[in-house]
Design a protein. Structure first.
Lengths: 624, 177
């Protein structure tokens, strides 16, 4: 179910009307929202002038939810009901995250989401899953944008681009998209954080060549190698570690502080305080060689040298990932023209020094590393919503981790290797094992290792409705399609009979579509909004979007590509939809949209072919 | 469906200009990439995704010497180049053994420098192998048929070198932890 809300409900948009789109950096430690206004992309502040929204959510006993600075106050006093670093739980399993010290054993519980169990947080008598918690952060950001843009009460953002670490797997991406859906946002695209940073640096302006983006955030590390040529950003390879970040610096320092002060390392309150102190120490030592520190009953001096020693193993781990990623791109460190630094943790002098040494050049830090990702996302959102002419910039991204299926003996057979440009699809043929077999299961995993147990389990797909045949006679073609958001879809067909097998998806750590709808419904009921009205509006907006898109396509080359009959069939279905969309029958509108879709399917495909033909002619002319 | 060469408007040929190829890729994707239809109709978004998928896939085939040679064999001789072949060339078999042995020795010694040098050696062997495959394809002329079985063998050899390179990388990763 896609929530596409492009314009004010009930009003159709004019072709060149400005639409509001925003870019969101949903970070582990802080989140930001940015938009393009009068051609300038900038992050938006709250009423107090803060651009950074701490990614912290507090649930009060009376059900009040606070987000950001107002939630941060509770971090020490009501730590059990204050959740930070929720990004680290997205699309993960309970077992994966129990080692993370940001959450206590009391806090973490089972969410009932996913076959293998996504973790959730217990607040009072309620259980909050990471998708809901992230949704709260997104809602606050969206409200900030709506008020900053001066949108009216019934107006909404046309769409958003949300950034994710390049190294996020399918489950983590899907969880992010689900959170946006819960917050009522229309996701134009999920883009990778390093790619967004590259866009923000406007690397296309006379800066062609190979660039590396080193992104060290609070909880994640990403490295991407991009080639920029003629306005096209082509990601050559990407790598990193989705469980490594600046928080690890704090933890290393905090553990040291706890040792110095001889406090019980299981004392959560003390550890929380040590973490806060650690961050302070780290930040202070950015500009000083040595500082005085008081922590609990311990007083003394801490030198930069000491924390450098604590941080070195963590930074070395990032450099190892850099090496692998450069190799994956088929390059050497010397081929990198520029290295861009992203993420608050790149402010640490030792990080800049060691990265500089590795790449043998001064890293670029001219844009605020905290804001650069949101700014890039805003620029991309503005393009995707259609505010800019098409021939500007294009992002070509890759699949960050190999996709595979489980085979006999718990082994993984790779279907799509990592760093394959997306969207991409691969097909595989299976046959039945027994006479009359009508169902089969496929277990899809993501990762580079050979054993299923060492990879991330994404989902189990159960194919049903295979026509009964003798063993080995059925030919089941399973297609794995990865879309432009990097999300996987699976289709199956029995090729001898042409029967489409029904697929039931059981995500290992994510929500099924019906669970998303259910959560959405209950959240709306709670907000006491009129569900019917909201659904009607969504459908009307969808209808006007379809009408506009198909009309524009017809005007463009409909007469050229279609016979008169075909043209008229599409046109009359559009007119039909226009009339029906003015009514209030949701199902009728849905049906009318479907008819337009079916009628224009061939046409859409013909248009793509025409574009390709035109592009090829263009390139031949350029070659001369 | 069009073959990869057709899709890129190229004559079926083993030799190709990589720059021209990526130029064509960029031009085509500029007009059909799903980002160009992010606010278009569902049908347009779907068609854009399917076309881009086809183009990306074809690009992958054309860019890789192994897959390109296989596609060309399929096209010219109707041969499935991805099926197993038995190589009887004793010189090659001997060489195969020696290369595997060297890899094992170097990884047992955790010799990073040695592994890097070894990778370079294999890379230059790859280049030579690609050149000889090209020669075989170019020989096809008025009076000469394509020596498709020979090409199959040569593709297999190239695949072996590729696999060795990947194993060297894996060995390096293991040493680095």
């Amino acid at each position: 179910m896609a929530l596409l809300q492009i314009a004010e409900p009930g009003q159709s948009t004019k072709p060149h009307e400005h639409r509001y789109a925003a870019g969101i950096d949903l970070g582990t430690t802080n989140s930001l929202i940015a938009t393009v206004r009068s051609g300038v992309a900038e992050t938006l502040p709250d009423l107090e002038g803060n651009h950074l929204l701490p990614s912290i959510v507090h649930y009060a006993k009376d059900g009040t939810v606070s987000v950001g600075h107002s939630a941060k106050i509770f971090q020490c006093s009501d730590s059990e009901n204050t959740i930070s670093s929720v990004k680290r739980l997205m699309g993960r399993g309970l077992a994966d995250v129990q080692a993370i010290k940001a959450f206590t054993a009391n806090q973490l519980t089972a969410s009932g989401i996913g076959e293998k169990g996504m973790p959730a947080i217990q607040v009072f008598d309620q259980i909050k899953n990471p998708i809901e918690i992230s949704g709260e952060i997104l809602k606050v950001l969206a409200q900030r944008a709506e008020s900053a843009l001066g949108l009216q009460k019934d107006e909404q953002l046309g769409g958003v681009v949300i950034t994710v670490p390049a190294y996020f797997d399918d489950a983590q991406r899907q969880a992010t998209k689900d959170a946006a859906q819960l917050a009522g946002l229309n996701v134009l695209r999920l883009i990778n954080e390093p790619t967004a940073a590259a866009v923000a640096y406007g690397l296309d302006t006379g800066n062609e060549g190979i660039h590396a983006i080193y992104d060290l955030g609070g909880g994640t590390f990403d490295i991407s190698i991009l080639r920029l040529e003629k306005g096209v950003y082509e990601v050559l390879s990407t790598g990193g570690d989705s469980a490594l970040g600046g928080d690890d610096f704090d933890r290393a320092i905090a553990t040291h502080l706890v040792e110095l002060a001889e406090v019980d390392s299981d004392d959560r309150q003390a550890y929380q305080m040590a973490m806060l102190k650690a961050r302070e120490v780290k930040e202070a030592l950015t500009d000083h060689e040595s500082i005085d520190v008081h922590f609990m009953n311990w007083n003394g001096q801490i030198a930069r040298e000491l924390i450098n020693e604590l941080m070195t193993p963590i930074i070395d781990k990032t450099l190892l990932a850099c090496r692998r990623t450069i190799k994956d791109a088929g390059l050497k460190p010397a081929d990198i023209k520029e290295i861009v630094m992203v993420g608050g943790s790149t402010r640490v002098p030792l990080v800049q020094e060691k990265v500089g040494q590795y790449f043998k050049q001064e890293p670029m830090t001219s844009i605020d590393p905290d804001k650069v990702v949101a700014i890039g996302a805003a620029i991309q959102a503005d393009i995707l919503i259609g505010n800019k002419s098409n021939d500007q910039l294009l992002l070509l991204d890759v699949l960050p981790l190999s996709l595979g299926v489980e085979t006999m003996g718990g082994l993984v057979e790779k279907i799509i290797p990592r760093n394959t440009p997306i969207p991409i699809a691969r097909a595989q043929e299976f046959t039945t094992f027994k006479d009359g077999q009508t169902a089969m299961a496929i277990h899809v995993v993501q990762g580079e290792r050979e054993l299923v147990d060492d990879c991330r389990s994404l989902a189990r797909f159960e194919l049903r409705g295979i026509p009964p045949m003798v063993a080995g006679a059925a030919r089941i073609k399973v297609t794995y399609q990865v879309d432009a958001d990097g999300l996987l879809n699976v289709f199956a067909e029995e090729t001898t009979s042409g029967v489409q097998a029904e697929i039931q998806v059981k995500p290992s750590y994510g929500l099924t579509d019906s669970q998303v709808t259910e959560m959405l419904k209950s959240s709306i009921e709670k907000a006491k909004e009129d569900m019917q009205l909201r659904m009607l509006r969504e459908e009307q907006v969808e209808a006007s979007r379809v009408i506009e898109a198909v009309r524009a396509a017809l005007d463009d080359n409909g007469k050229l590509l279609l016979s008169q009959d075909e043209y008229e069939a599409i046109e009359s279905s559009v007119i039909q939809l226009e009339i029906i969309a003015q009514g209030t029958d949701i199902e009728a509108i849905k049906e009318a949209i479907k008819i337009v879709d079916t009628n224009s399917k061939e046409f859409a495909s013909k248009r793509m072919d025409a574009s390709i033909a035109k592009a090829l002619v263009g390139s031949e002319i350029d070659d001369i | 469906m069009k073959n990869p060469f057709e899709l890129f408007g190229l004559e079926p040929n083993f030799l190709l200009d990589e720059q021209e190829l990526s130029q064509k890729l960029r031009n085509m994707l500029q007009s059909v990439h799903p980002d160009r239809f992010a606010s278009g109709s569902d049908q347009e978004q779907l068609a854009a995704m399917q076309k881009t998928t086809q183009i990306n896939d074809a690009y992958g085939v054309l860019k890789s010497p192994v897959r390109r040679a296989q596609a060309l064999l399929q096209l010219k001789a109707g041969l499935d180049g991805s099926k197993e072949v038995t190589v009887k060339d004793p010189v090659f078999l001997m060489q195969q053994l020696e290369l595997r042995e060297e890899l094992e020795t170097l990884s047992a010694k955790k010799d990073m420098g040695g592994l890097m040098d070894f990778a370079e050696t294999i890379e230059s062997m790859e280049d030579a192998q690609i050149a000889s495959i090209n020669e075989l394809f170019q020989q096809e002329g008025e009076n000469q048929l394509l020596e498709s079985d020979k090409i199959l063998t040569e593709i297999y050899k190239l695949q072996f070198l590729r696999k060795t390179l990947m194993d060297i990388e894996a060995a390096e990763e293991k040493i680095l932890g």
